[in-house]
Design a protein around this ligand. Structure first.
Ligand code: AMP
Ligand code: ZN
Length: 473
């Protein structure tokens, strides 16, 4: 597997710290609102990375946080007249629903900042004892940026450029109260409590942690001092990830993450998504109009680092593509029931070898920095093969091999291609219920008729003590 590493700015062979295991941290959303479709991009692409690596035999420890204390949350709590934790708990619940709709697997751990405050205080204490943190007159604890030698190594920014940038923002900084900083480049680790804000006790003052320390801490607690991969959207490279590196490496004395992966941004009709432009969509807005599988399919139709443009037209074409795959799978499904019994023909065996070559190519393109765009083309190659070779006369064995291949690759991408199954299951349950009713009414002829009808559809019934169980033949 080759991964583009933002830290080295190169495509690199992925070598995990522990063979067969991957430790991965993905910065999660700030929960003050329903998540928008931009937030869904890192969720979908890194979930796909996780699924793919799992498919390749790795055990993936995947941690993704919820930022549940932040200015925006406090603002929302004041606006809605409820506590900050009510806001964050509400939107964490909503976010989990959206993740389920997007078929994003729950992380191994979803830590929340407010539940990790003692660990953050401990880390700030270590930074203070090593001379990387200091308390200003107003109680704010700052990170001494210039003391960390590697500062700028992720974002490629140099301290002097940053300094002159800051000087022009001097006025703004004064207004927001940055007095007491030793250096304009220093950033906040702990901020003193303000009226109406949530706060915790600390050795410095009552207050709350800065945003960057959260991720340094939670990554350390759940995955260890050095992890394989740290990921998030490209807007997080600076300052968030740069600051996380400075904090973690100064405190722990070892490299923080070996690989840094960043997804490109999602734009709307070639414009930045923003509330003020009126082109801001939550995942919930999209769910009202489309199947969320179409959104996932659309997101994966681009490689994760490229910018991605969202429009109704592109979503419709994604929907049509997904439909084509689903139709093909459904045809194959029919043949697995009505097709010819017995061994595959020689031509079919040859086509199976071609299908295997496609499956191998899927791995190759995914190994190339998770090229999901090409992976989807490979799925279309399989669909084309199925549509041209699996007609009515095909064997059941051949149709089920092709169906399983396409469905499997879908699963690796978190895409569900067997849509009919849900309806079909409901149908089957209904017939089984009818058969039970017939038996109760001693209408054995009807009960047998239903059993035979199901058998013809490839469904075998088994009467057990717990009731009737069914399976596909
Ligand atoms: P936030 O809640 O703003 O901290 O964002 C949570 C995650 O979503 C981060 O990884 C961001 O980089 C990512 N993100 C936010 N907006 C977009 C966007 N328009 N396109 C892609 N990723 C985004
Ligand atoms: Zn983070």
């Amino acid at each position: 597997m080759r991964i583009y590493n933002t830290l080295t700015k190169k495509l690199e062979e992925f070598v995990p710290i522990t063979p067969g295991r991957i430790t991965m941290y993905v910065c999660g959303p700030t929960v003050y609102n329903l998540i928008h479709i931009g937030n869904a991009r890192p969720m979908i692409v890194f979930d796909t990375f996780r699924r793919y690596m799992t498919y390749r035999g790795y055990e993936v420890d995947y941690v993704s946080n919820f930022t549940d204390v932040d200015d925006k949350i406090i603002k929302a709590s004041n606006e809605e007249g409820v506590s900050a934790s009510e806001i964050s708990e509400k939107y964490i619940k909503e976010c989990r629903k959206d993740m389920e709709g997007l078929n994003v697997l729950p992380a191994t751990e979803h830590p929340q900042a407010t539940r990790e405050i003692p660990e953050m205080i401990d880390m700030i204490k270590v930074l203070e004892s090593k001379g990387y943190a200091y308390k200003a007159a107003d109680g704010t604890v700052y990170y001494r940026t210039r003391k960390f030698e590697g500062y700028g190594k992720l974002s490629g920014k140099n301290l002097d450029d940053l300094e002159s940038g800051h000087r022009s923002e001097d006025h703004a900084l004064k207004v927001t109260g940055s007095e007491g900083k030793e250096d304009e480049l220093d950033f906040v680790l702990w901020k003193p409590r303000k009226e109406g804000e949530p706060y915790w006790d600390s050795p410095w003052c009552e207050g709350r942690p800065g945003w960057h320390i959260e991720c340094s801490c939670m990554s350390k607690k759940y995955l260890g001092n050095t992890i394989d991969i740290h990921a998030g959207g490209e807007d997080l490279i600076f300052p968030h990830h740069e600051n996380e590196i400075a904090q973690s490496e100064a405190a722990n004395g070892v490299p923080f993450a070996h690989y840094w992966m960043h997804n490109g941004f999602l734009n709307i009709d070639n414009q930045k998504m923003s509330k003020s432009l009126g082109n801001f969509f939550t995942v919930r807005d999209i769910a009202a109009k489309y199947d969320l599988q179409v959104l996932r399919f659309f997101m994966l139709s681009a490689q994760y680092r490229s910018p991605l443009n969202f429009s109704d037209k592109l979503m419709e074409s994604a929907g049509a593509g997904l439909e084509r795959i689903r139709n093909s799978v459904s045809n194959l499904q029919d043949i697995t029931v009505s097709g010819a019994d017995g061994e595959m023909t020689a031509a079919e065996k040859e086509s199976c070898r071609e299908a295997e070559r496609h499956m191998k190519r899927f791995d190759e393109v995914m190994d190339d920095d998770l090229n999901t765009a090409d992976a989807i083309s490979v799925i279309f190659d399989l669909v084309r093969l199925a549509n041209t070779t699996a007609a009515n006369g095909a064997t059941k064995a051949y149709a089920s091999t092709l169906r399983d291949s396409i469905v499997k690759l879908g699963e690796v991408l978190g895409l569900v291609f067997e849509t009919a199954k849900g309806d079909l299951d409901e149908d089957i349950e209904k017939l089984i219920e009818e058969r039970q009713a017939a038996r109760k009414a001693k209408d054995f002829a009807r009960a047998d008729e239903i059993r035979d009808e199901l058998l013809a559809r490839g469904i075998q019934l088994k009467d057990t003590r717990e009731g009737v169980k069914w399976s596909r033949i």
